[in-house]
Design a protein around this ligand. Structure first.
Ligand code: 5AD
Ligand code: SF4
Length: 439
């Protein structure tokens, strides 16, 4: 048998990309590739790119430029670009950076084996179509490799919401849900390989409406099906849109035992005027009422969100409305970003906010969020949580895992194995994690 070829994948951006990188690695495993941790000894380098941040494409070009030396030393080295920048730029990538052999969009990963073969024949391979077929079905992994205790599972991709700042509807395309039976099969497979917690992924995950045995299934319906999977202990999902938070999903948060009390529900702004300009089709008030209903179903739920400050035309008053909303919700986690233009999106054409004002707002918002985050984390001290242990900690004999609320918890203790789910009493709250002892 020949030596395995080595594959180096660099993943940028969201969990969706982490999941996709795993699938690409498995697909190329069938072509005799094993993963390596460094580009230096790779036979193929894949950049799995993200387009959500500013100048994403420029950063990819400069990263690619760094492989020039490697490629000169090793002419057989193949270089590929995957992900949302590949989708957005397409052929342009090969034109601007001739050392790129392969460009593959997020909907075409199942074609990687043929594309790789094409590059080995000395040709360039490009595929950024939006095909009808289910790429994950085609990517089904052959070897049953053991996995860690947590995994992502993509159930839905793309988005039809067209928020005025966002590139996702252009790079990931229209909203598509995978059929429920395939997802459930994949969940069983993950559990057989050691997974105990699954995070269902989708850009608009709660818009899920995949084919089920009796017509389309909702996300809640899918979660209830997964709740029946023996050996699966925890279910999470991300990212949700407020308008798709259906009644059955809210109820599931109160009654489905494997669904964890944590919800990422971005609102982006607390100003109705800005929300309208963002094309968000909800108001601050409707969002707050929604959270009330979710908390009525599951009082201890930890909320998480995303915010954009300095969106075009945002005034200090608009920003104050965001601060008021944050004060009211009290997020356990929240991600805040300064608006940056994405060419081709509606907001890119509008009057931009003074960057210094936007910086200042971002700092104030982050300070408030950090304070709440700390208060919620500190409030865990003295409580008993269940921790799913994921890996050894930095100190000898220490193990780290996640509570149901997604807090990292460090525990000193012998006899804890990766994958164990144990009751832990929280004794201490540090900068970014909790410490506790086994009960
Ligand atoms: N500028 C700043 N933040 C953005 N996001 C998406 N597009 C932009 C943009 N143009 C943020 C949103 C989204 C998160 C994933 O990234 O808050 O929820
Ligand atoms: Fe982008 Fe999310 Fe809005 Fe869809 S709902 S356009 S993914 S921010």
């Amino acid at each position: 048998m020949s030596e395995p070829k080595k594959l180096f994948i660099k993943t940028y951006g969201c969990q969706m990309n982490v999941y996709d990188s795993e699938r690409m690695s498995e697909a190329l495993g069938g072509q005799g590739y094993v993963e390596t941790k460094t580009p230096d000894d790779a036979d193929m380098i894949l950049l799995n790119t993200c387009h959500i941040r500013e100048k994403a494409a420029e950063k990819v070009y400069s990263e690619l430029g760094r492989f020039k030396g490697l490629k000169a030393e090793k002419p057989d080295l193949k270089i590929g670009v995957a992900g949302c920048v590949a989708q957005a730029e397409g052929e342009e990538i090969m034109r601007r950076q001739p050392l790129v052999d392969l460009v593959v969009g997020p909907q075409s990963y199942h074609r990687l084996p043929e594309m790789e073969a094409k590059t080995r024949a000395g040709e360039k391979a490009l595929d950024t179509d939006f095909p009808e077929e289910d790429k994950f079905e085609k990517l089904k992994n052959r070897p049953k490799a053991k996995r860690g205790p947590t995994a992502f599972l993509t159930v839905q991709e793309g988005c039809d919401k067209f928020c005025a700042f966002c590139v996702v509807p252009y790079t990931r395309g229209a909203e598509v849900s995978r059929p429920a039976d395939r997802i459930i099969r994949e969940a069983h497979d993950l559990v057989e390989r050691g997974v105990r917690e699954i995070t269902l992924l989708g850009q608009n995950v709660n818009a899920y409406h995949g084919a089920g045995p009796d017509g389309d299934m909702t996300l809640a319906g899918l979660i209830w099906e997964l709740n029946k999977v023996d050996g699966l202990e925890r279910i999470r999902f991300t990212t949700s849109h407020p308008n798709d938070m259906a009644d059955d999903l809210i109820e599931a948060h109160g009654s489905c035992e494997k669904l964890m009390p944590y919800l990422h529900l971005p609102v982006q702004s607390g100003s109705d005027r800005i929300l309208k300009r963002m094309n968000r089709s909800h108001t601050a008030e409707s969002y707050l009422r929604l959270i009330e209903r979710i908390r009525a179903a599951r009082p201890d739920i930890v909320m998480s969100g995303d915010f954009i400050v300095g969106f075009p035309e945002e005034t200090e008053e608009d920003f104050q409305a965001t601060m008021d909303l944050v004060e009211e919700v009290k997020y356990g986690y929240a991600y805040s970003f300064k608006y940056s233009t994405r060419p081709g999106t509606p907001a890119a054409e509008r009057a931009q906010v003074d960057p210094a004002a936007a910086d200042d707002r971002l700092q104030r918002l982050q300070a408030l969020i950090t304070r709440h985050q700390r208060e919620i984390q500190d409030g865990m001290v003295g409580l008993t949580v269940r921790v799913l242990f994921e890996k050894p900690g930095r100190l000898p004999g220490q193990m780290v895992g996640k509570s149901e609320y997604l807090h990292s918890v460090h525990v000193k203790g012998t006899g804890i194995a990766v994958g164990d789910l144990k009751e832990v009493r929280i004794t201490d709250s540090g900068a970014n994690s909790l410490a506790g002892e086994l009960l």
